[in-house]
Design a protein around this ligand. Structure first.
Ligand SMILES: [Zn+2]
Length: 454
């Protein structure tokens, strides 16, 4: 039902589908010097696509002109007016094989300009080669690296066996509902016959690149306590404040037990359930602050919980109902915004994660391709927050989060986000190797076959 509604909203524009010519390829590709590559990256970074009012049209125009220079086929999809999704295609010689999808989002989070050493949309390169810009790590780097890698592959005369698609999607930073979510659910997406999705990862302060095979699912929990109001001097049981404090104490103990596992090195951050209190709402306001001699009849606390797909959801639900918000203490709770199980399990009821063992050939190919390009890959991880990759995994597809940034501090959403130009250039070689390997993989195992074994 939802799908039909979405399809009505789509305006499909075939902007160009010109055949590549050898002349165009060689002039735009082989002559690319490092400075030209960096200058193209800067141009993309200089487009202010910060939420809440991203310049999507400018970004779309830029991507389309790049696609044109690479003779890629392009489409602009608008699942929601004013929020263009650019879909590019590099046709493979065997269209019967499932395709490769390289996804990236075009929007970025806002920046507090006065807290930056260089304006966040200037893409200033300092004497050490650091490129300062909002989006330099998250994730305009990756979007451009895909394109630069294709530019090099085309220049070398490489021809893909599988079709390679690139999607530049809007709105990831505000949940992706009008971007990747609608795209992944659309008939247009189904027709692409995607076999593997690559999406964003995180920078790595060490020499090892990081790759993510799953992500934690957010639950937003609001606990409400009610109780008899009373004079501030009176001691009695079951006041709203007493009960909410008991809950907070119980949540705090659970939080510490999870955090201890991380501190002891037994689990990675993405493998535990995190709980953080987001708000506490209680008290009776007065013109000067709060009424002090009154115990209020209501109190509320909000928590941001992140659950790995490997966690036991049912036991957590039980814990919430029995320990954190028991009705015996006059407490109620609601889980806001996010659907509970839909996000932890895919459409077939399996945990939303991508296999990183022999059942998933794409994982081994990634490892091999990174190595071939002189990169090192760390142990696969669960992403601590959410990305658009979850919408593709919900469709039952394998999706790997990977942003090739080693030796780089994690500055996404932070002030002074930067990426060193040498790391950026290295990342292009890494993608060149991955795209070459993925698009040449001719094994005729249909994706669904191995997916069923997950
Ligand atoms: Zn991102």
């Amino acid at each position: 039902m939802e799908l039909i509604f979405h399809l009505c909203m789509i305006s499909l524009l075939l902007l160009s589908s010109s055949k590549s010519t050898t002349a165009a390829d060689s002039s735009s590709s082989s002559s690319s010097s490092s400075s030209e590559i960096i200058s193209r990256f800067q141009k993309y970074l200089q487009i202010n696509t910060a939420q809440p009012s991203p310049q999507y049209q400018e970004a779309a125009d830029f991507i389309l002109s790049e696609a044109n220079s690479l003779s890629l086929e392009s489409q602009t999809l608008e699942f929601v007016p004013g929020k263009p999704l650019i879909l590019l295609k590099w046709p493979g010689s065997d269209p019967s094989l499932p395709s490769i999808l390289l996804n990236s989002h075009t929007d970025v989070v806002p920046a507090e300009h006065d807290k930056w050493a260089h304006p966040p949309f200037s893409a200033h390169v300092d004497p050490h080669g650091k490129i300062y810009a909002r989006g330099s790590q998250d994730m305009k780097c990756v979007g451009m690296q895909y394109l630069e890698a294709i530019r090099r592959l085309k220049a070398s005369g490489f021809k893909p066996t599988r079709t390679v698609y690139l999607s530049f999607v809007p709105d990831e930073e505000i949940g992706g509902h009008d971007g990747a979510e609608k795209f992944a659910e659309s008939d247009i997406f189904k027709a692409l016959n995607v076999g593997i999705v690559l999406d964003e990862g995180l920078a790595s302060p060490s020499e090892n690149y990081r790759a993510f095979y799953a992500e934690r699912c957010p639950w937003w929990l609001i606990i409400k306590a009610t109780g008899a109001p009373g004079h501030g001097s009176k001691l009695y049981d079951n006041s709203a404040m007493e009960n909410i404090l008991k809950s907070i104490e119980s949540v705090r103990r659970f939080r510490a037990s999870q955090f201890d596992l991380v501190k002891a090195g037994l689990k990675a951050e993405g493998e535990v359930v995190s709980v953080n209190m987001a708000f506490l709402k209680a008290g009776t306001p007065s013109p000067t602050g709060f009424v002090m001699n009154l115990q209020p009849s209501e109190a509320e606390a909000g928590f941001d919980i992140r659950i790995p797909p490997t966690a036991d959801q049912e036991s957590l639900e039980k814990r919430i109902a029995e320990e954190w918000a028991p009705s015996s203490r006059n407490m109620t709770f609601r889980l806001g915004q996010f659907k509970q199980k839909a996000s932890v399990l895919d459409n077939s009821g399996r945990p939303v994660l991508t296999a990183t063992d022999s059942t998933n050939p794409w994982w081994a190919l990634l490892e091999e391709a990174v190595k071939k390009a002189d990169g090192k890959l760390g142990k696969p991880e669960i992403f601590p927050a959410s990305t658009d990759a979850r919408y593709f995994r919900l469709q039952g597809l394998p999706a790997i989060g990977f942003s090739p940034m080693a030796n780089t501090p994690i500055l996404l959403h932070d002030h002074n986000e930067f990426l060193n130009k040498d790391e950026y250039l290295k990342g292009i070689s890494i993608y060149e190797s991955i795209i070459k390997s993925y698009s040449s993989y001719a094994e005729h195992a249909r994706t669904a076959t191995w997916r069923d074994e997950l």
